[in-house]
Ligand binder design. Structure first.
Ligand code: PMP
Ligand code: GLN
Length: 385
């Protein structure tokens, strides 16, 4: 294959391959237990697979409507209304997407103009900043400081300018496993009051909140709901990260803009899977049981690491556990996870990957969305470090 005959001026000159791909690949090369990229190593229920097969065999294999199939949009509306008290119109305020990543990208593409400022909180999930930069937006990064990673609302107030178009938030938070409180949402509502700022709220871990805490969806807070594009993903909720189906709920004016872009970058999402998810959602116990299911895994993982030299930070939500390794090594977190993968046989994510300046608190992220056997084997290795 001859090479491209001119210089390519990259749209994303500082971007390489995502850390999730890098670490999963290294884990595979080394035969390590992969607690890096966030995905379960167990199956979804057969009942869900049966519904997909049913809809495929019944002939629902052509394009779905652009916004998603009606039964799924209606099921999403019912869930959001039941849990958070805001009723979204399935026709004009709910859109099914190809996962949360596409939803986030499309929301930014639809709403951010060149020169607009978008506030994000670092450590920040890796797809936010590139999406903003590709639209010519300016990423304004605020720091969540270890070890508790709380937002500094005075810093947010100071960062808001007339050019602020959007604030992107994520609770429960990847990678820190923190959960914002009702007070945080009240502060956010107060700071955005009277502005045209859009809140993009990444709530993919909405059902994974522990120890009696409550998920503070923007849909719970009418003032915030009115300015929010809320993103969720079935990947996290039903153990099907590879299916890449999610959704967006937003007021009709924002949904109209969202769909202008959505129709040209995906148009529509896998039809039989949408019908199957609509059927599956009818049983609310499936998402209601998720927090307890993952709390048990978190506790199992933490209990077994209690005798290790890792210092475990709090995990209040998501399926991640942060660990500080300062007692073990003073290597950078990137060097440490590489060595951990190669020599110990357990792969993790260096949290510096979520900072634009590679800020390093000597903290790494483990994913505990795994069978107990996997977690037990990983912990045995980690306790020897
Ligand atoms: N946002 C966050 C915070 C995530 O952790 C993830 C994936 N784990 C996504 C978005 C992307 O979700 P999806 O796989 O549905 O695109
Ligand atoms: N969200 C997953 C994580 O945080 C990774 C998804 C991906 O690989 N893009 O690990």
């Amino acid at each position: 294959m001859p090479s491209f005959p001119a210089r390519i001026e990259s749209r994303l000159p500082n971007v390489g391959t995502t850390i999730f791909t890098v670490m999963s690949r290294l884990a595979q090369e080394c035969g390590a237990i992969n607690l890096s990229q966030g995905f379960p190593d167990f199956h979804a229920e057969d009942a869900l697979f049966e519904r997909v097969a049913h809809w495929m065999r019944a002939g629902w294999n052509q394009y779905a409507p652009m916004g998603g199939v009606a039964p799924l949009r209606e099921a999403i509306a019912r869930k959001v209304a039941d849990l958070y008290g805001t009723t979204y119109d399935p026709d004009t305020e709910i859109t099914v997407t190809a996962g949360a990543t596409q939803a986030l990208f499309t929301a930014v593409a639809a709403l951010v103009h060149p020169g607009d400022e978008v506030i994000v909180f670092e450590p920040v999930y890796d797809c936010y900043a590139p999406a903003i930069e590709l639209q010519g937006g300016r990423v304004v990064r605020l720091r969540l400081a270890a070890p508790d990673y709380r937002p500094d609302w005075d810093a947010v107030a100071a960062a808001i300018t007339p050019r602020t178009r959007m604030i992107m938030i994520n609770s429960p938070h990847n990678p820190t496993a923190t959960v914002w409180s009702a007070e945080d949402m009240t502060r956010l509502a107060a700071l955005t009051r009277g502005t045209g700022i859009v809140v993009v709220s990444d709530e993919v871990y909405e059902h994974i909140v522990f120890d009696g805490r409550r998920h503070e969806s923007c849909a719970r807070h009418p003032e915030l709901a009115a300015r929010s594009v809320i993103v969720s993903s079935f990947g996290k909720t039903y153990h099907i990260t590879g299916w890449k189906v999610g959704y967006v709920v937003a007021p009709r004016e924002l949904t109209a803009e969202f769909r202008k872009v959505h129709q040209f970058n995906v148009f529509t999402v896998n039809t039989p899977v949408q019908f199957a998810l609509a059927d599956y959602m009818a049983d609310a116990s499936r998402h209601e049981g998720l927090a307890a299911f993952y709390a048990a895994k978190r506790d199992f993982f933490r209990d077994r690491l209690a005798v290790s030299r890792f210092e475990l930070l709090d995990s209040h939500g998501t399926y991640f556990q942060l660990a500080r390794y300062a007692a073990i090594s003073d290597e950078s977190d990137v060097a440490f996870v590489e060595r951990l993968t190669r020599d110990t046989g357990v792969a993790a994510i260096p949290v510096s990957a979520f900072f634009s300046d590679a800020h390093d608190d000597r903290v790494i992220r483990f994913c505990f969305a795994k069978n107990e056997d996997t977690l037990a084997a990983a912990c045995e290795r980690l306790c020897r470090v």
